[in-house]
Ligand binder design. Structure first.
Ligand SMILES: Cc1cc2nc3c(=O)[nH]c(=O)nc-3n(C[C@H](O)[C@H](O)[C@H](O)COP(=O)(O)OP(=O)(O)OC[C@H]3O[C@@H](n4cnc5c(N)ncnc54)[C@H](O)[C@@H]3O)c2cc1C
Length: 354
């Protein structure tokens, strides 16, 4: 209870807490960096509650590491698919939803690009970003004010990506899996081309590369303006030139760690905001919502269209898997009956895993 009066501060931005407690300029920058990596926004716009949770439970607890899933991120996907199928769920790949069907003022199912209709028993839950979900709704299905407010929800910029396969012969033995390069602390961590992240997952899990090779992912996290790329033809010389210019910063960052990088490269793939938009199918290749803790709250899964729920990282603070999981759990919790809740509790108690 002694901390009771502090609770209200958790609602605001993390910078308000730093203001009274941290004066060292480098630590202030470092906190900005941690906020940016977590939420896509600096400390002035990141929720204090989110940072308190991460500091207390996720980053600085004994035995916590920054890791990489064994088997790559595909292993996470496979685990989710196993869970889905174990409980009778069915996964449909290459099943692009063309439109959400609305009947008698209620989301009744979806129409796929193939023309097939899938009817909903309880609800339609969209995990596409809110901006992409709005594109799937027939005109007039939602109140105009709601649509405009959601469309106008601020977005983080996009990414530049560099995927490399390199020859690892005699590579420095102290190579680490993760590096963060900040080119200029004074520019601020959100400045385009200033922050570069590097992961070399095959160091931790050799199955991710052929023997004697490494796979490397380098990226500028959520700080590449989409406007630079908008409308460019991906087959044009202008696109190729811009790609070369904007990817240079990633090579330079990696060369600080692997100086003879160029002679080692065997596979090189550069991705731009247009690649990010196309492959991840996210509106303007955005990292996610840029909702400042100073001004707004995340919308949550509920929508004004009965039977339509939205989950994913545009509905819950964080941008990342915790946001996706939390919004999914909230929605499942709301839709499940009391009987289903009781059954699940009985299963959890019986398993002893709680
Ligand atoms: C480089 C990078 C590194 C990251 N690192 C981390 C990290 O370390 N930790 C972390 O927690 N988060 C991280 N994130 C963020 C995290 O990946 C995302 O927040 C998360 O994947 C969002 O999940 P989602 O399900 O909300 O959305 P998405 O992953 O965008 O899923 C939406 C899905 O909907 C599909 N879709 C869209 N439109 C349609 C349609 N019309 N019909 C059918 N399907 C459709 C898309 O194909 C997509 O598969 C990172 C992101 C990036 C880009």
């Amino acid at each position: 209870m002694r901390r009771g009066p502090q609770l209200a501060r958790l609602q605001g931005p993390f910078s308000a807490i730093l203001q009274d407690t941290v004066t060292d300029p480098f630590i202030r920058h470092w906190m900005d960096l941690l906020c940016f990596l977590l939420s896509g926004l600096p400390a002035a716009d990141t929720s204090a509650a989110e940072m308190a949770f991460m500091f207390a439970g996720e980053w600085y607890r004994r035995g916590v590491y920054l890791d990489y899933p064994r088997g790559g991120s595909g292993a996470l996907v496979n685990a989710l698919v196993r869970g889905l199928q174990k409980y009778g769920g069915q996964l449909r790949l290459q099943a692009h939803v063309e439109q959400v069907m609305v009947e008698q003022g209620r989301a009744a199912g979806v129409v796929l690009r193939s023309g097939e209709e899938l009817r909903a028993k309880r609800a339609v839950i969209s995990n596409a970003s809110i901006w992409d979900t709005l594109k799937l709704l027939p005109a007039g299905a939602m109140p105009q004010r709601f649509v405009q407010r959601r469309q106008a929800m601020p977005r983080c910029p996009s990414f530049m990506h560099l995927h490399l396969g390199i020859d690892a012969t005699d590579i420095r033995p102290d190579l680490a899996c993760h590096y963060i390069v900040v080119n200029d602390w004074q520019l601020g961590v959100t400045a385009p081309q200033n922050l570069v992240l590097i992961s070399i997952p095959s160091l931790l899990d050799p199955s991710l590369a052929p023997p004697g090779k490494h796979t490397i992912h380098v990226y500028t996290p959520g700080n590449e303006p989409y406007s630079l790329w908008q409308g460019l033809d991906r087959r044009s010389q202008a696109y190729a030139d811009l790609k070369a210019t904007r990817s240079a910063v990633m090579f330079q960052a990696l060369e600080r760690i692997i100086p003879d990088l160029q002679r080692r490269i065997e596979v090189k793939l550069v991705g731009t905001p247009l690649t990010h938009e196309r492959f991840l199918r996210r509106h303007q290749g955005t990292y996610g919502p840029a909702i400042s803790a100073q001004t707004g709250l995340f919308p949550g899964p509920r929508t004004p269209l009965p039977g339509l729920w939205c989950t994913g990282d545009s509905t819950f603070p964080g941008i990342g898997l915790p946001a996706v999981a939390a919004s999914g759990m909230t929605t499942a919790n709301t839709l499940a009956s009391v009987g289903q809740h009781r059954q699940m509790l009985r299963q959890v108690l019986a398993s002893g895993k709680f």
